[in-house]
Design a protein around this ligand. Structure first.
Ligand SMILES: N[C@@H](CCC(=O)N[C@@H](CS)C(=O)NCC(=O)O)C(=O)O
Length: 212
């Protein structure tokens, strides 16, 4: 088994933080996405046809892509500590927040990145500034929403979970490279970020981030 990865990028980083929380060691295969190694014919033909990371290669030579799917695979193999919930209620709540983190947070962060950053201009056929601005606004609204939600609890879905991991990796990327810092007045959100990024699981390969 090995994990094809680029450890500081936000989606692979979810898997790294998850594995560290579980105490699981997996051999790594570094894929340099800055040099487009993920678009090489061999990678597309033999690892992942979508040309992305992370991808888990199993011992039978088959592959599982998608960060959440990879984490679910390990959760099934190593249920303790549970990061997708134990009871039906916990599982439902965590799933709800994982989806919100992916669809309402990572999605606009990604659109702001590909349509608004000079670092992605060379690989985009056309950057549309209006999409970047609209996406930045969606991210700012999500910060407001999350700050309000976190007023009465330590972690987004109750106990520490996969939802916090997805939120952490997305906020690091949004506030760092993507230049979408939080506001100083967003105290609940900033305190949550300090709390989750202070966990030992988040220490390795930490990308830069900027809180308000
Ligand atoms: N939904 C996928 C997204 C994977 C993804 O977009 N990975 C990025 C790195 S954060 C990537 O491979 N980008 C390179 C590219 O698309 O060319 C997941 O959760 O794993």
């Amino acid at each position: 088994m090995k994990l094809h990865t680029f450890a500081t990028a936000p989606n692979p980083r979810r898997v790294h933080v998850f594995l560290a929380e579980k105490g699981i060691d997996v051999p790594l295969e570094h894929v340099d996405i800055m040099k487009r190694a993920n678009k090489a014919p061999d990678y597309l033909a033999n690892v992942d046809a979508t040309g992305r990371v992370p991808v888990l290669e199993l011992d039978d030579g088959s592959h599982i892509a998608e960060s959440i799917a990879i984490c679910r695979y390990f959760e099934a193999l190593h249920p303790e500590p549970p990061l997708f919930g134990r009871t039906p209620t916990e599982q439902g709540r965590i799933e709800m927040w994982v989806r919100r983190m992916e669809l309402d947070f990572m999605m606009p962060v990604g659109l702001a990145w590909v349509h608004g950053s000079p670092l992605t201009a060379a690989v985009m056929k056309e950057q549309i500034p209006a999409v970047a601005e609209q996406s930045r606004e969606r991210v700012r609204r999500f910060y407001t929403f999350l700050d309000r939600e976190l007023a009465d609890r330590e972690f987004v879905a109750g106990e520490f979970s996969m939802a916090d991991i997805v939120g952490l990796c997305t906020l690091e990327f949004a506030s760092g490279l993507n230049q979408l810092p939080t506001e100083p007045g967003q105290r609940n959100l900033n305190a949550w970020f300090e709390r989750v990024s202070g966990r030992p699981s988040a220490a390795e390969n930490r990308p830069p981030s900027r809180l308000g």
